[in-house]
Design a protein around this ligand. Structure first.
Ligand code: GDR
Length: 333
């Protein structure tokens, strides 16, 4: 029998890579999609005829229950959230409602719904942001010090996942994900903001790149590798928590330098530190130790920092080049 998977947040970076992976493994795939008047499906357009999409929202319990009823999943991947840390300071309630309560609504819907809870396996993406100021390298045992509304919401969801395991025997596995990137990364996150700006600078469409904290140190891996880890977690006999990280960290400044060097540009000529992009609190150093995932899941990150930056820069230089050549038709001619 073909396995069925429901991917919440399937239009996002991680959700789209997960759909590809699950289709490769011959799953019958369902995607849970938030309605949007401007269209938010560009990352999964190439999968449209292979995935059944169900409209819904993590703030709306009946729509989650309907998605579970329709898809009858063996595996549920909760990739839906308000995932921007900076935005969470501006929209703390919305972030708590989607990222924190949204996960709880899903767990509760799985628990109470049908015969599902018997066999269904749930993947919950927890976040390295939960560690806050705990010193690096961080492991599954490192204490949490959430320092943003987003981190608080993720910590709540992480604890709820474990409580649902213990109280009801639900299979909920948590990937404690460090930063993960790709050419599909949203443009408001720092890596993609940098590579998109680089392309526009190269093609004369932008002259200045305004950034915030250049000293922040992050552990960046490829989103495809994180999708692979998520799937592996649900193939185990027991649910557990796993740090998913490359084990190497770089500062935002190092990302900028690497990207600009690849394009042959001097970053100092273009980058301006703008206080508007500083957060009220910003985690200084995140660097994960993924030994547990390596030992139990046989997971390994496959893309180095340099190859990740290269892939994003190459993609965004091409994209900007294409954009720069789009000329509206002059209706007078
Ligand atoms: P992060 O990712 O907050 O680590 O969370 P982000 O790319 O937004 O920031 C990384 C670091 O860069 C600094 N920074 C800037 N960030 C943004 N977005 N824009 C800027 O202009 C800028 N300038 C400097 C930030 O202050 C920060 O220190 C990501 C998200 O994907 C979360 O959902 C996920 O849980 C964690 O990674 C692990």
């Amino acid at each position: 029998m073909r396995k069925r998977a429901l991917v919440l947040g399937c239009t996002g970076q991680l959700g789209s890579y997960l759909l590809e992976l699950l289709l490769e493994h011959d799953y019958e795939c369902y995607g849970f999609v938030r309605r949007s008047s401007v269209g938010n499906v560009s990352r999964i357009l190439h999968l449209y005829d292979k995935v059944k999409l169900i409209n819904g929202d993590l703030t709306d319990t009946p729509s989650i229950e309907a998605a579970l009823r329709i898809s009858k999943p063996h595996e549920v991947y909760n990739c839906a959230a308000q995932s921007q840390v900076g935005t969470s300071f501006i929209e703390p309630i919305h972030t708590a409602d989607t990222t924190g309560m949204g996960a709880l609504r899903l767990f509760e819907a799985v628990r109470t719904h049908t015969s599902l809870s018997e066999g269904v396996r749930v993947y919950q993406p927890s976040s390295s942001e939960m560690f806050g100021l705990s010193s690096a390298p961080q492991t599954e045992e490192t204490p949490f010090h959430p320092d943003s509304p987003y981190a608080c919401a993720k910590t709540f969801a992480h604890h709820a996942a474990q409580m649902y395991r213990r109280a009801y025997g639900l299979f909920i596995a948590c990937g404690i994900n460090f930063n993960f990137e790709s050419p599909r990364r949203g443009e408001e996150f720092v890596t993609r903001k940098i590579t998109r700006a680089l392309g526009r600078i190269q093609t004369g469409q932008q002259s200045v790149l305004r950034l915030g904290n250049l000293a922040a140190r992050r552990d960046w891996s490829h989103a495809k590798d994180v999708a692979q880890a998520a799937w592996l977690m649900l193939q185990q006999s027991q649910p557990d928590n796993y740090v998913i990280a490359s084990g190497v960290s770089h500062t935002v400044k190092e990302f900028v330098e690497t990207a600009f060097n690849l394009a042959g540009l001097e970053w100092q000529k273009y980058v301006v530190v703008d206080p508007q992009h500083l957060r009220p609190l910003d985690v200084a150093h995140l660097e994960g130790c993924a030994n547990k995932a390596k030992a139990w899941l046989k997971w390994e990150p496959t893309v180095s920092f340099l190859d990740l930056v290269k892939e994003m820069v190459t993609h965004d230089l091409q994209l900007a080049d294409t954009e720069s050549r789009v000329e509206p038709i002059d209706g007078r001619k």
